[in-house]
Ligand binder design. Structure first.
Ligand code: FES
Ligand SMILES: [Fe+2]
Length: 459
């Protein structure tokens, strides 16, 4: 048996053959440093306990020790642009009303009436005041008490003691975060180095133009981890191998909270035979199945002697400059690849200059169910006022992701992912050895995630 405490020898740690470095070195523009760096870190090879996914006690530990102490992506600016707009955000036994203030700032109030505890709101909307539907206690949208009906009966209550409790709020690039705890790292510290990298992509200039959600019958970590590695594509998404360099991907980890899989697209999977497969076939497959490419029906011809990657990058550079953004400096990688960042515990924005996928996963409401949301952010046409956010399209239990036509080819990819998840949950419940084994390289993000989770649970 190999010693599981020893890191793999250099050269054995990565897929042999073409590397991520080889691919971006051949791109038509120099890549920014953060796409070139190698930040892999060996974290041991011990298996994970299945109980982390299926035990209610473990879930309760997460609720008590982790969720209140992390910055959670709660809303985007375009969901609540006007004073009085509020977003109901609920997770892990907490309910918040993120509320736009008159000065443009955002505050997050606990969504509980301080009389007898009714939730003040059960959906997002606009309010002049938060008046409880039960007996009519009312609060101003800055959280101060506005009115107590039958005031004569509440002489024992003071206005100061009835201010709505607040959670911490942080904002970055159009994203609004809440944290239950009033202490801990600033949002900027927590997200580092993501804001530095995304200063190229400027998500503050994008809006949510697609937003689809569905309850998945699996633990929230099983669900999110299905999006942390590229190599399940070989078995789960065979149609994308034509243009996905699954095993060529680079996996980087940064501090406790940020990691990324940089997955090259428009290159043939190392798992497919090159023989008889043309560069044109790669482009045709990419346009048909990639989901973030140009509109359906778009065709792109690979000139004699060129490659799928150079051709498609240039095509995307033209297509996605139409809204007034200049992509002449963007690397091929930034016009094509899946640059799939994760921020602990459940926020995953993709980098690059083509429409950005953003995932969020929340327990819904227990260890066996997850609310998975998929957004696609697109550029606001240069010089225009950002439109309001689209409504979230909630799929029912018996609707597949393909029922959300707005997802295009991505819907079919998510259905393929879903095919596994409930079966993983059920499998782990009946596992004889109760262990999960991870690859040392391609699954390092999963190990990184659990290492950080353990820091919260053992604190
Ligand atoms: S519970 Fe809210 S006013 Fe009574
Ligand atoms: Fe997948």
């Amino acid at each position: 048996m190999p010693d599981t405490n020893q890191p793999p020898a250099l050269g054995e740690a990565r897929c042999p053959g073409t590397s991520w470095d080889d691919i971006i070195a051949a791109d038509s523009r120099p890549a920014p440093g953060f796409l070139k760096e190698d930040r892999y870190e060996y974290m041991g090879s011990a298996p994970l306990d299945a109980a982390r996914y299926v035990s209610h006690e473990f879930f309760q530990q997460e609720v008590q020790k982790m969720w209140p102490n992390v910055w959670q992506f709660a809303a985007r600016d375009e969901e609540m642009p006007e004073p009085g707009d509020y977003v109901l955000y609920e997770n892990a036994g907490r309910s918040y009303l993120l509320t736009r203030q008159a000065d443009g700032s955002v505050r997050a109030f606990h969504n509980v009436c301080l009389h007898r505890g009714r939730k003040l709101r059960t959906e997002s909307g606009w309010a002049e005041e938060f008046k409880c539907p039960f007996h009519g206690f009312a609060w101003n949208t800055d959280g101060s008490l506005k009115n107590i009906p039958c005031r004569w009966d509440f002489g024992h209550l003071s206005e100061e003691n009835l201010v709505l409790p607040e959670a911490s709020v942080g904002r970055w690039a159009g994203y609004i975060f809440v944290r239950d705890a009033d202490h801990g790292p600033s949002l900027e510290e927590y997200l580092a180095p993501l804001p530095e990298f995304f200063s190229r992509y400027r998500h503050e200039e994008w809006v949510t133009s697609v937003w689809v959600a569905k309850v998945v019958h699996a633990n929230w970590k099983i669900t999110s981890e299905a999006f942390m590695e590229a190599w399940h594509s070989v078995e789960t998404h065979p149609q994308i191998l034509a243009f996905t360099g699954d095993a060529n991907s680079r996996y980087n980890v940064y501090g406790d909270n940020v990691n990324v899989a940089l997955q090259p697209m428009t290159v043939l999977s190392p798992h497919l035979d090159r023989e008889g497969r043309s560069e044109q076939w790669i482009v045709d497959s990419f346009l048909r199945f990639a989901g973030r490419a140009a509109a359906a029906g778009t065709t792109v011809e690979v000139p004699e002697g060129s490659t799928a990657r150079l051709t498609m990058a240039e095509a995307n550079r033209q297509i996605f400059s139409a809204l007034g953004y200049d992509h002449s400096h963007a690397t091929d990688s930034e016009m094509l690849d899946a640059l799939t960042y994760n921020v602990f515990p459940n926020f995953a924005p993709w980098g690059g200059f083509t429409p950005a996928i953003v995932y969020r996963w929340r327990p819904w409401p227990d260890e066996n169910h997850t609310l998975m949301e998929v957004r696609i952010l697109t550029h606001v046409p240069k010089g225009q006022t950002p439109p309001r956010c689209v409504d979230m399209h909630m799929l029912t239990d018996d609707q597949p992701w393909t029922a959300a036509a707005e997802l295009g080819a991505l819907g079919g990819v998510f259905d393929q992912d879903m095919y596994n998840l409930a079966e993983v949950q059920e499998g782990l419940k009946v596992s004889k050895n109760g262990k999960v084994n991870l690859g040392n390289y391609q699954e390092i993000r999963i190990r990184h995630f659990h290492r950080t989770l353990d820091k919260y649970l053992s604190a």
